[in-house]
Ligand binder design. Structure first.
Ligand SMILES: *Cc1c(COP(=O)(O)O)cnc(C)c1O
Length: 403
């Protein structure tokens, strides 16, 4: 019996051929294929603009840079997320206030954001609420419109951590849109780590509806440099007086940036992966529906996370909530017993506010929703190459382990 990990990339011969062709082309680092991938990503998600970068963490860092976040600014981050959502605020010298989450979905609710904002004056008397980073945990969307409304009232930015939510659609007053359109946010960040919905090895994307933000992202992912003659400010160095034209070698750096570039090799893989996105979406949705049915008899000791209203998710993770006290076994015992049966699982996530780095800076504060979610969550195998029978195998193993 093959081992079923909790997530796994899907790479076929078309992907391998695309990478082989990219290796024979002129550019190995950022070249024309990156632009092609960005356009394909916009077409697939409905995003107005997209800037590719080296990974999802870089995408979040670039988002914080492009919005000019820095010391004195406070970012609200849900406690249940991957480390990078909070770390990007620290990279730019901003502070983090952690918000609680709904114990049934793991998603930050508008009231959790309000409560976090209300705590800011006690924690950071000099700080100002400047950004919120809602996380579409497991692929379900937070209630973006009310969250954006709260942010707008405080003149704060919204950066979606959409790393789990490629392909997810959600309802707005104007109809259904996809995550990445930035209908209710300034920027949305994606990751193409192998377990995410499309896999590039490493890769990331920032989408927006603002061409000025887009120009900043493009500059900051490559050292802060520009080759746009209209943007040059140092005419003494830029212009050749004899020709009254711009020097052909000239580039300019007006702000600090990084090397967060995606390569043409990865972009070629990305274009090939996006061609399979509709199939990935259909597979993930079908497998999730099959789990929903097969797991129903195991309630109430085991139940899927609650369905978030107003969205049609493409789940990145199939998370369940288990009552380990009722089962009479610890989560570690359950994880090990499942592993022995060839079933991989993972915990998403240890609340980030409990990490020693963050507790050392901000101390400990009770976030009961996040603690409850963390105490009972477990992610079951979910990836496009899974067969229908694999779902039954997982459910059978769970039944034996909790019996
Ligand atoms: C994967 C992930 C990231 C970071 O993406 P990388 O590509 O691994 O850097 C950030 N936030 C969330 C919620 C993620 O799942």
């Amino acid at each position: 019996m093959t081992f079923l990990p909790y997530g796994r990339q899907y790479i076929d011969q078309d992907d391998i051929d695309a990478v082989a062709r990219a290796l024979q082309a002129d550019y190995l680092t950022t070249g024309p294929t990156v632009g092609e991938f960005e356009r394909a990503f916009c077409a697939a998600t409905g995003a107005p603009f997209a800037a590719a970068c080296s990974n999802g963490t870089a995408a979040l860092h670039l988002a914080a840079l492009a919005l000019g976040l820095g010391p004195g600014d406070v970012c609200v981050v849900p406690a249940v997320t991957f480390l990078a959502t909070a770390n990007c605020a620290r990279y730019v010298g901003a502070d983090v206030v952690f918000a609680d989450v709904d114990p049934e979905t793991g998603l930050m609710r508008p009231e959790d954001l309000e409560a976090a904002v209300a705590r800011i004056p006690q924690i950071h008397p000099e700080g100002r609420f400047r950004a919120v980073l809602p996380v579409h945990l497991a692929g379900q969307t937070v209630a973006l419109a009310p969250i954006a409304e709260i942010a707008r009232r405080h003149d704060a930015f919204v950066i979606e951590d959409a790393c789990h939510a490629l392909g997810t659609e959600y309802e707005t007053a104007e109809g259904g849109v996809q995550v990445g359109t930035c209908t209710h946010s300034d920027l949305a960040c994606f990751s193409f780590h192998p377990v995410k919905t499309i896999a590039l090895g490493e890769g990331g994307m920032v989408t927006s509806a603002d061409p000025e933000l887009q120009r900043k992202l493009a500059r900051q992912r490559s050292h802060g440099m520009t080759r746009d003659p209209d943007a040059f400010v140092n005419t003494e160095l830029a212009v050749d007086p004899a020709q009254a034209g711009v020097n052909p070698w000239y580039y300019e750096m007006q702000e600090i940036g990084f090397n967060y570039r995606l390569t043409d090799i990865q972009a070629a893989l990305g274009i090939s992966q996006l061609r399979k996105l509709d199939w990935f979406k259909a597979q993930r949705r079908a497998l999730a529906a099959r789990y929903d049915v097969a797991l129903a008899p195991l309630a109430p000791v085991l139940r899927p996370i609650a369905k978030a209203p107003g969205c049609a998710p493409v789940l990145h993770l199939y998370e369940v909530l288990m009552d380990f006290t009722a089962i009479g076994r610890t989560r570690a015992q359950v994880v090990k017993a499942l592993h022995a049966k060839g079933i991989g699982t993972q915990v998403h996530y240890i609340p980030v506010n409990r990490q020693p780095y963050y507790e050392d800076i901000y101390g400990r504060r009770a976030l009961p929703g996040a603690e409850s979610f963390y105490a009972s969550c477990l992610s079951l195998p979910l990836f496009p190459a899974m067969q229908d029978g694999d779902v039954e195998r997982v459910v059978q193993a769970l039944q034996e382990v909790i019996a």
